[in-house]
Design a protein around this ligand. Structure first.
Ligand code: SAH
Length: 263
C-alpha cells in the first residue's frame, strides 16, 4: 500500500453556487455536492435556501462580514478529513466565497491537494436578472460592484468611467444599501458622461425568487427609481444599441445588420 493510500481520509471542500434562489435553478451538480457533504458552511440566509438538504449534517453558520473566519473554518473542517460544502448565492466565484477560501489556503502554504478543492458553479445574479429582462447581455458586458467596503470608491469610479466609455453593457451588483446611498447617484452621473439619457436600464429585485420585481427605465430617469434599489437588486445598464420593445430589454446581437445574413 502506498503512503498516499494509507492517509486516513483527505478532506475536501466543495465551493458551491446556489443560484439566485429558485430551486429549479440550483444545478444538479450543486445539489449532489451538498447532499454528499458532512458539513455545510454558509451565511444563515443561504443555509435557509437549502435547509431541506442539510438534515443530519454539521451546520456552521456565520453572519455576513465574517468571510475570512468562514473560510478558515471550512479549511479546518476539511483538515479533519470532512467533506465540506461551502455555499453562497448565485455563483460562488462571482463576489462570493471562492476567493476567500483560496486566499486562505494560499496564505497557509496549501499544496493543492490537501484539502482537495472543487468549485461548483451557479447561475449568477447578472444572468438571472438578464433572463427576467429579455436579452440585454448580447454584446460585451461587465459586472461592477458598487460596494466600496473593500474596494476604494476611486477605483470603482474609474471602472464605471472606463466601462461606460467602452460601451459595455454593465451589470451593477451591490448597488445600494441602507448606509451606501450616494454611490448609485454618482455611478449614474459617470455613465451619463458617455451614454445617452435614453439608454435603457433594467432594475431587477429578487430575480428568480418568489418576490421578484422588475422595472424598466432609462439612465435619465433612474433617479426616480432609487427607492426600489437595494442589496437584493441588480441593475443592467444597456449599451448604446440596447432598446426596449414590448416590455423587454434587447441588446442587438448584430445579425440584423450583418451582411452575412443575406450572403
Ligand atoms: N455570488 C452572487 C453575488 C453576491 S454579491 C452571484 O453570483 O449572484 C450580492 C449582490 O448580488 C446583491 O447586492 C445583488 O446586487 C446581487 N444579487 C444576488 N442575488 C440576486 C437576486 N436574486 N436578484 C437580484 N440581484 C441579486
Amino acid at each position: 500500500m502506498r503512503i498516499d493510500d494509507m492517509r486516513i481520509s483527505v478532506g475536501k471542500i466543495r465551493l458551491i453556487g446556489l443560484g439566485p434562489g429558485d430551486r429549479a435553478l440550483l444545478t444538479p451538480a450543486a445539489l449532489d455536492a451538498i447532499c454528499c457533504s458532512d458539513a455545510v458552511v454558509g451565511y444563515d440566509g443561504y443555509l435557509d435556501q437549502v435547509r431541506d438538504l442539510t438534515g443530519g449534517k454539521q451546520i456552521v453558520s456565520m453572519p455576513l462580514g465574517m468571510e475570512m473566519q468562514r473560510a478558515a473554518k471550512a479549511v479546518k473542517l476539511a483538515s479533519e478529513g470532512k467533506a465540506v460544502a461551502m455555499i453562497s448565492s448565485g455563483d460562488i466565484g462571482v463576489y462570493g466565497m471562492a476567493g476567500p477560501v483560496f486566499e486562505h489556503l494560499a496564505a497557509n502554504g496549501w499544496d493543492g491537494k490537501h484539502p482537495q478543492v472543487e468549485v461548483v458553479p451557479g447561475v449568477t445574479a447578472a444572468q438571472a436578472a438578464a433572463s427576467v429582462l429579455g436579452a440585454p447581455l448580447m454584446q460585451d458586458f461587465c459586472a461592477i460592484s458598487l460596494s466600496d467596503l473593500m474596494t476604494p470608491w476611486e477605483a470603482i469610479r474609474k471602472r464605471l468611467d472606463a466601462a461606460a466609455y467602452a460601451d459595455f453593457v454593465i451589470a451593477l451588483y451591490n448597488p445600494r444599501s441602507k448606509r451606501r446611498r450616494k454611490q448609485i447617484a454618482e455611478a449614474r452621473s459617470i455613465i451619463l458622461k458617455h451614454r445617452a439619457a435614453n439608454t435603457p436600464i433594467g432594475i431587477v429585485r429578487n430575480a428568480c425568487r418568489t418576490d421578484q420585481e422588475s422595472t424598466l427605465t432609462t439612465l435619465g430617469e433612474l433617479e426616480q427609481h432609487f427607492d426600489r434599489i437595494d442589496m437584493f437588486t441588480t441593475l443592467i445598464i444597456g449599451n448604446s444599441t440596447s432598446y426596449i420593445h414590448n416590455g423587454r430589454m434587447i441588446t442587438p446581437r448584430g445579425y440584423m445588420n450583418s451582411s452575412r445574413q443575406t450572403s
